[in-house]
Ligand binder design. Structure first.
Ligand code: FES
Ligand SMILES: [Fe+2]
Length: 393
């Protein structure tokens, strides 16, 4: 555990200005929230642990018995899909002597074997085999109850093609917590929109960028459209800042939307739109930072999600997947359009690297103390800081 009391005291000191509703009086998070490793561990164990955080795409554990190691802010975990088709997440450590249980992505069959002394666990984490525990050829021993030594599972659920974890096990049910987003986007994209999403398994279906910044700076940058003219002149030419609006969704997300997403841009044949999308809003695009670490984009003909994987206080991987409206959207006929979307979004997210890394460098300055907010343009960013500040009590 990190030194919780120090950071709790530190943050409680800043809290009034972080949760201040008057943006002209509010301040942002202190530099340590972006730079300090102890803060980062405190944040994992005492802020993010209380909520649902994104871990991976569901497609990464597509088959029963495939085990995938993954690290969440320094915490070793692994994912597996069980015999019922449910993805599960466990702490990646053997109950015997603490060996890392899953060291590489591999098909494990129905038994997960520790590489050290070959103890075996089933796909629900129960300890099923303890070879030679009582001496050579003796696989049981008096007083040792396998039922007491299973793997430690992490609460997890899937939503919008993403596996979320709740480390404390105490958050609201995921579907309750994200209900307002579901309702908002069902009103726009149709009740069935999340059910018909298919991820594109091809080369144009994914993107990964490594950025030298704290993941929260990627969240904050995604919250606002204020920087469009200066950082994304091309995007601003077809989806200008004046066509954007701020978005704040209860206590779970914020971001921005546009009235001028252009479905017909380019020469490539179009993609199918979501079948029950609101016809009056075909040019609407909405871009939400789903707290704490997912960036979402929804348009009439595609959806994307970016998982922000925080590898260190100043290192983040942005892992993006594209999703479309049903299997028909993935055929050869739409490949050119999917490729052009991949190219366009790759350009936009690459353009953002210089500013998120520049803000990270700025966090080394003693002259910066959380900064100030535009009362008009920074409303969604401030909302994220309020959410963060309310996450520790
Ligand atoms: S540490 Fe895993 S079986 Fe010994
Ligand atoms: Fe941007």
């Amino acid at each position: 555990m990190s030194d919780a009391s120090f950071w709790k005291t530190n943050l409680l000191t800043h809290r009034p200005s972080l949760i201040e509703d008057d943006l002209s009086a509010a301040r942002g998070l202190p530099n340590a929230a972006y730079t300090d490793r102890d803060f980062w561990l405190f944040e994992r164990d005492h802020v993010l642990a209380q909520t649902w955080a994104a871990l991976a795409f569901a497609s990464e554990v597509s088959e029963t018995g495939v085990t995938v190691p993954i690290v969440f802010m320094g915490l070793p975990l692994f994912m597996v899909r069980d015999e019922q088709g449910r993805s599960r997440v466990f702490h990646n450590v053997c109950s015997h002597r603490g060996m890392q249980l899953v060291c590489e992505s591999t098909p494990s069959g129905l038994t997960i074997r520790c590489p050290y002394h070959r103890w075996g666990y089933d796909l629900t984490g129960r300890l099923k085999a303890t070879p030679n525990i009582g001496g050579m050829g003796v696989h049981e021993v008096a007083g040792f109850d396998c039922g007491q030594h299973g793997l430690k599972e992490v609460r997890s659920e899937e939503y919008l093609g993403i596996i979320f974890i709740n480390l404390s096990g105490e958050a609201l049910p995921l579907e309750t917590q994200f209900q307002s987003i579901t309702q908002r986007w069902q009103a726009l994209a149709g009740d069935d929109f999340s059910e018909i999403l298919v991820s594109d398994p091809g080369e144009s279906g994914a993107l990964e960028l490594a950025v030298n910044c704290n993941y929260k700076l990627a969240v904050e940058n995604y919250c606002e459209s204020y920087h469009l003219p200066s950082i994304h002149p091309d995007l601003n030419s077809y989806s200008p800042l004046a066509q954007h609006y701020n978005l704040v969704v209860d206590n779970v997300a914020s971001g921005q939307g546009t009235h001028s997403y252009d479905l017909g841009r380019g020469d490539a044949p179009p993609l199918p739109v979501f079948p029950h999308w609101d016809n009056e809003r075909l040019k609407t695009g909405e871009y939400l930072s789903l707290y704490p670490n997912v960036l979402l984009g929804l348009q009439a003909d595609h959806f994307f999600a970016i998982i922000l994987t925080s590898d260190a206080p100043d290192k983040t991987r942005e892992r993006l997947q594209f999703f479309y409206a049903g299997d028909d959207a993935l055929g050869d006929a739409t490949l050119a359009r999917r490729q052009s979307l991949h190219a366009a979004w790759s350009q936009v997210f690459s353009e953002d690297i210089s500013v998120v890394e520049g803000m990270q460098r700025g966090r080394a300055s003693h002259a910066f103390e959380g900064g100030v907010f535009s009362p008009v343009m920074d409303v969604p960013t401030h909302h994220f800081h309020q959410w963060f500040a309310r996450g520790y009590q």
